[in-house]
Design a protein around this ligand. Structure first.
Ligand code: GTP
Ligand code: ZN
Length: 183
């Protein structure tokens, strides 16, 4: 048994479960594997994730990739927060491979997070890898720690945004992004 599996077995015991009952025999192993996957973003780095999929392009118009779903864990309760991420940027000679926006989102989502920090990290990563003139990231999510427990509010949603470069300085650019994302 790995350390993590042993610890999950202890958690089950502390919760009053019989760790020898049939349904729970493999649970420490499964839980450890699941948690390792859900935090696997710590083992990835931006350059590996992007894998050189940055292409020269003279299109300098806004590109928006919207509705990238993600599953993250809040760092306060280690409960899921689930939502969608919208990314827009103004290329400056380079465009990023489409799938890489989703890979960058997952890289930061699969860590213990707060939504504000995740939003900023995604924006900074797109800026760093593309050298773009500006980037905007909007994240909308529902937090299980607020739904399943605590205040138990089922219909609230948290929206965070980070605007950098032209998205921060230029109202028209920001408005265009919001319009394209449908907000
Ligand atoms: N800003 C922000 N807050 C978060 C996020 N995820 C969880 N939280 C909040 O973190 C706070 C932790 O508050 P505490 O009072 O320390 O913990 P708690 O007693 O479990 O709080 P309640 O959830 O109010 O029961 C709560 O208000 C959560 O709603 C996030 O991504 N961003
Ligand atoms: Zn939480």
């Amino acid at each position: 048994m790995s350390n993590l599996e042993t610890l999950y077995q202890q958690v089950l015991s502390e919760l009053g479960e019989d760790t020898n009952r049939e349904g729970l025999l493999d649970t420490p192993k499964r839980a450890a594997k699941a948690m390792q996957f859900l935090t696997s973003g710590y083992e990835t780095n931006l350059h590996e994730v992007v894998n050189n999929a940055v292409f020269t392009s003279d299109n300098d118009e806004m590109v928006v990739v919207q509705g990238i779903e993600f599953y993250s864990l809040c760092e306060h309760h280690m409960l899921p927060f689930i939502g969608r991420c919208h990314i827009g940027y103004l290329p400056n000679g380079n465009v990023l491979g489409l799938s890489k926006f989703a890979r960058i989102t997952d890289m930061f989502a699969r860590r213990l997070q707060i939504q504000e920090n995740m939003t900023k990290q995604i924006a900074e990563a797109v800026e760093e890898i593309t050298g773009c003139r500006g980037v905007g990231v909007i994240v909308e999510a529902q937090h299980m720690c607020m739904m399943m427990r605590g205040v138990q509010k089922q219909n609230s949603m948290m929206r965070t945004s980070v605007m950098k470069g032209a998205f921060r300085e230029n109202q028209a650019t920001r408005d265009e992004f919001m319009r394209l994302v449908g907000l």
